[in-house]
Design a protein around this ligand. Structure first.
Ligand code: FES
Length: 225
């Protein structure tokens, strides 16, 4: 299988394509393919030239940390949860997420996601016990990995400076419903950094690896007092 990767040596350098020949197990995930290529002491591209190890991020390799988010054959997805057998293609094309500053190869800097949550006070702090009515959705919304896939696919998310995207909407719901003292402040920030910019494409829900129904978070937050 040919594996085509959009690479760059550093944040400041120009991107370029490099292709590899993958002859490892067909059962592998995309993360497994990257590991397989990187494992060799001498890494060669498909023209037989020595090349540098491919930079990419991972921690859990089981869909829990969100670090391995990238664009796989044109679709934003987690590398450790995407398996070759499901791609229905005999080539693999990997790109870094395009909505975040480049670091190297498939690595990007997603720290803005956390910075936006912190500066708008979107963290639970002291909270009230959950009501039975909301508990199931709170549990689901809290599964957000902060991987950035929802932002990559969102037509309204550009640079994260004003519109903060679905990751922000879900956490706003979670905080406002668990800490009544903060609810009004959070609702104001939600309106400013999400409600006024969301065009409801809902593409965020198509790519969320945790299947979080963001539209339910939006509806619950809009209905709350
Ligand atoms: S490595 Fe943790 S989600 Fe893929």
């Amino acid at each position: 299988m040919k594996v085509k990767i959009l690479r760059r040596q550093s944040a400041a350098s120009e991107p370029y394509w490099e292709t590899f020949e993958y002859d490892g197990p067909a059962e592998n995930s995309v993360a497994g393919v990257l590991d397989y290529i990187n494992y060799h002491d001498d890494i060669k591209n498909d023209e037989g030239e020595n090349t540098a190890r491919i930079g990419w991020e991972c921690s859990c390799l089981q869909g829990v940390c969100g670090a391995c988010a990238m664009v796989i054959n044109g679709v934003p997805a987690l590398a450790c949860e995407t398996f070759l057998k499901d791609l229905k293609s005999d080539t693999l094309e990997l790109r870094p997420l395009s909505k975040f500053p480049a670091v190297r190869d498939l690595m990007t800097d997603r720290s803005l996601i956390h910075e936006n949550l912190t500066k708008t006070n979107v963290y639970i702090g002291e909270y009230n016990p959950s009501s039975d009515k909301d508990h199931a959705h709170q549990y689901t919304a809290a599964k957000c990995l902060k991987c950035g896939l929802c932002l990559e696919v969102c037509p309204n998310y550009v640079n994260g400076k004003n519109f903060f995207g679905a990751v922000f909407a879900n956490d706003c719901y979670l905080v406002a419903s668990r800490n009544k003292n903060k609810a009004q402040e959070i609702k104001k920030n939600y309106a400013k950094h999400f409600g006024s910019g969301c065009s409801k494409s809902l593409s965020c829900m198509d790519v969320c690896p945790m299947n979080i129904p963001t539209i339910a978070s939006m509806a619950k937050l809009n209905r709350s007092e």
